[in-house]
Design a protein around this ligand. Sequence first.
Ligand code: XIL
Length: 312
Amino acid sequence: DVPLRDLAAAKGKVMGTAVTGSKLTGTYGDLAGAQFNSLTPGNAMKWGSVEPTRGSYNWAEADQIVNFAEAHGQQVRGHTLVWHSQNPSWLTNGTWTAAQLGQLMNDHIALEVGRYKGRLAAWDVVNEPFNEDGTYRQTLWYNGLGTGYIAQALTAARAADPAARLYINDYNVEGVNAKSTALYNLVKSLKEQGVPIDGVGLQAHLIVGQVPSTLQQNIQRFADLGVDVAITELDIRMTLPSDSTKLAQQAADYKAVMNACVAVARCAGVTVWGFTDSDSWIPSTFPGQGAATPYDENYAPKPAYYAIAEAL
Ligand code: XIL
């Protein structure tokens, strides 16, 4: 079979996967290197991972993944700089003035983006800024700095690496709905103000049989604003145990997502959030659900894998 990365490259698309650095050896490493042309560290670049104690840094896993990617001719998507989750406790438990918080954010972005300057294709600069109803999520950043934290973060990231494509990333924004419309309005307003914004990430943590019918239309409306779109964290979960009926529906769902991206020129590509069911966050986060990725726990390709290949 032709590797997914070659099929994707022939269409000018990215086919990526999230990875865990410690697993990049043996069959896991072979498949990650052979099948994908982009890697996203699943956790290694999050603030809590890189600066668990203030001023004391751990870049080992992030460096390892970037080095692996370069050795395999792969892009890297940096994930993620400004988020409400997986922050170090010194940051979340601290009491900060707005000025201090803004400085902490700017310094974090300058340091982390600067470390990988020129080596990453893209950064998820801001992750998950919205509630389901389209209002802003009340996070450390929003509460301390107001909505301006988003423009400030993007501006800092651009200064630290002018070559990286800068994204805002969120979930449940795949179809046209209140949350994706809030994201659309934000991107439109950032563009109008000249704030550096290059792309929108649709995470796409989906459920079997529930690919939004407006996915392609939604990708197209963002593209029409003049930004790239990436499917950044695709997985399609089912109630366990899996069976052939669910796996067939899952394959159709993966194909529908791929088709929607392939159909829009400004859709940069698709990243799966783990390529094997043995390295998926789903079972621990959604008890009783799983089997969400294109390969099973033993690295055997599932119908979803072949569906992705067919769409590319
Ligand atoms: C998840 C990781 O996959 C897990 O290992 C971790 O325990 C929690 O975070 N949206 C995101 C990702 O943007 O960073 C999350 O990753 C999944 C949801």
